[in-house]
Unconditional design. Structure first.
Length: 316
């Protein structure tokens, strides 16, 4: 069997960890696991390439390597406000045009978006950068709540850890679950996290929330265990229900009810991580009334159960 050629296209300054995610999945020599991939790195300009951690990497291949790849990996893009060079976008488009798969890890989605290959399609990136990606590329349907999105010919992942999930998913797609499980076992990782699973990061209050909303957001967050309605929130904010709903939509991109539900689920996550309280008690404490309701909301928001979440992330 000929090896599937994976080429990582590096950009300066490069995050070594994001390169290593792809290298470990596609390029590591794993005992008793047959090699199915070859792995190499390239850059627009071969030679020393600065990293984000104070040392340089020596890259000996240029963009010609992209044209030989079966899969091109873009492991991050640290300078999201800087235009991607025409040579890079043209190389990626050409590779895609001849059938290569283009994979962006974390902020590598910004490079992929520059090619136009994500226009009209779902994509994701690190949760800190999803708003910036959506603003910079309105033609891309940015999904803030998933680990990765795979369209077959192009794929994007959330943060760096989700890049490993995406790479393992691609191995499952190429060679089946058993082969991917052997690679994951060698890396001491769980073999499978669904791409639709929510990024495990607690969202901060969006930067666009101005002084008209910030006080009521803080007030409501401190009272999640109580009954909170749109009337309560509007009265606290000194606004009509309609005006409050409009400001939530304009500033936070959601409704008051959906925002409140998200805060309650996030509060439940913290309690699952940091306490051994029963699920019923957590549901009551965060204002979700019952364990049944918490499980339903957890499944809808995170794609998993409270018990599974606690087993994975519990600190007690």
């Amino acid at each position: 069997m000929s090896l599937h050629r994976v080429v990582a296209l590096l950009t300066e300054p490069q995050s070594p960890f994001e390169v290593a995610c792809a290298a470990e999945v596609f390029g590591a020599d794993v005992p008793d696991v047959p090699a199915r991939y070859s792995f190499r790195v390239c850059a627009e300009r071969p030679g020393p390439l600065r990293t984000t951690v104070g040392y340089s990497m020596l890259v000996d291949a240029g963009l010609d390597a992209v044209q030989e790849a079966d899969t091109v990996v873009i492991p991050g893009w640290q300078q999201q406000a800087v235009p991607v060079s025409p040579a890079v976008t043209e190389a990626l488009r050409a590779a895609h045009g001849r059938g290569a798969r283009i994979v962006a890890i974390c902020t590598g989605a910004f490079v992929l978006a520059r090619t136009g290959l994500l226009d009209g399609r779902r994509a994701t990136t690190h949760w800190r950068s999803t708003a910036r990606l959506a603003a910079a590329f309105p033609e891309v349907r940015v999904d803030t709540n998933v680990l990765f999105v795979d369209h077959g010919d192009v794929a994007t992942s959330a943060g760096t850890g989700a890049g490993i999930d995406l790479c393992l998913h691609l191995i499952r797609t190429d060679h089946g679950a058993a082969h991917a499980a052997r690679i994951a076992r060698s890396m001491v990782l769980p073999p499978h996290r669904e791409g639709s699973q929510l990024q495990y990061a607690t969202p901060s209050v969006p930067a666009k929330a101005d002084a008209s909303l910030a006080p009521v957001l803080e007030w409501a967050t401190a009272r999640l265990g109580t009954r909170l309605t749109l009337d309560h929130l509007a009265e606290r904010a000194g606004l009509s229900n309609r005006t409050l709903a409009r400001r939530f939509a304009e500033q936070l991109g959601t409704s008051p009810g959906q925002w409140l539900l998200t805060q309650r689920v996030n509060a439940a996550r913290v309690l699952l991580e940091q306490t051994d309280l029963p699920v019923e008690a957590i549901a009551t404490r965060v204002g979700l009334a019952s364990a049944v309701n918490l499980r339903r909301r957890f499944r809808a928001h995170l794609g998993t159960t409270p018990g599974a979440y606690r087993r994975t992330f519990g600190e007690t």
